[in-house]
Design a protein around this ligand. Sequence first.
Ligand code: FRU
Length: 482
Amino acid sequence: PPATPQYRPAYHFTPAAHWMNDPNGMVYYKGTYHLFFQHYPEGMEWGPMHWGHATSQDLVSWKEQSIALFPDKLGMIFSGSAVVDENNTSGFGKNGQVPMVAIFTHHNPDEEKKGTQKHQYQSLAYSLDEGKTWTKYEGNPVLPNPGIQDFRDPKVSWNTVAKKWVMTLATKDRITFYSSPNLKEWTKLSEFGEKLGAHGGVWECPDLFPLTLNGKTYWVLLVSINPGGPNGGSATQYFVGQFDGKTFTPQTITQKWIDWGKDDYAGVTWSNTGARKIFLGWMSNWEYANQAPTSPWRSAMTTPRDLALKQVGQEIYLTSSPAPEVAKLAQSAQTLKNLTAKSELGLSDKIKLTSPQFQLKLTSKQLQEFALVLSNAGGEELVIGYDKQANQYYIDRSKAGLTSFSDKFSGRHTGPRLATSPAADLTLLFDATSVELFADGGLTTMTEIFFPKQPFTQLKLRSGTGITFDALSYSKLAVAVK
Ligand code: FRU
């Protein structure tokens, strides 16, 4: 297909060429953020999986590195995580060099054909040069498959409660926790979720980490599922609860999603970042990822997001906010104060969309129904708004450009407003083919991709009942496009 440089995001990671899916092995070490990713370096569609590699000092400008892990006789390299083994528990460290250890799923297609259900198992690789080159452990696999068809995506972290490494593993329709003193020998701890949460599809790519709220520690369990997401296809649910070093117990059984849009999947957090928890997902959906109209690469990652907890009534929710590093890209803001929109208010005379990369922030003391419309001379429009009656935010991309590559792509997608206060704040991040909505301090987050035939240049507000924004501010986000 012809190249589509106009669809290349600027501050979202994309591989230079070919297929990408899940973020893998995200680890921070000595000032560098490492992002590995599911990658097929020979094709534009999902194929024999490798771990690609990119690095960044600031989470917004990424440098692609050479491929970290290639398929081998044990299988393809599926998703997993990486840790800094500071105390050399694994013994991989030599001459005082701290090992970086990757824990990943080997997926064996030959075994799969035999139908033994044992074709996925967990293996290790280590790096003694800060992630540049990797050696697979000769004792692989370290966690063989007991006969569970879907047995994958290990997320490992040093657990301060268990005082051991804890592996959170997706095992078909539930999560299984394991522990290890040395990353090589694993003991089963417990299972979670067979009867809880969404089960519209297989469970994948989990994460388990602590966050504090008002001095109290809670444990958050992320679980991606495919399909069964709130707007169709793949999406990531989460549970807030306690982890006692062995068992995860959720606080409540309310169904929660980290992102209600269609395009945030398989996201997990960086390891080794201390109390700060930074999340990043794959900005696509298995319903149409293989057909997305970009070339010579396919798929981008979401923006990195700082996670926190917030209580609303009896519920504790996860909030997502763009990492502060993203806000640093904002050039001088243009702010419109006390802006009342009734029926339709064009903003193009005040705000010129001169770049596909920009941020909008809106605040209102009294949230009412409204729609923010981005359009271009070709008559395409992307609509982002709030439906007061349904108490839902929405993103409608049905007229926002190319949709015919998949019948699952077009549509208006919704996420509930979880905040109960009349006052609202919204942050919207735009890049060449994506919008990320963070509403009410990130209580409701929605990520969606779109492919306009030409960039959106005009902005307007619509509101039947009328709405007043205390402020609407626009800033261009400046990053050099690759
Ligand atoms: C999630 C996933 C993982 C798996 C990987 C394979 O998108 O299906 O469960 O490890 O992709 O590429």
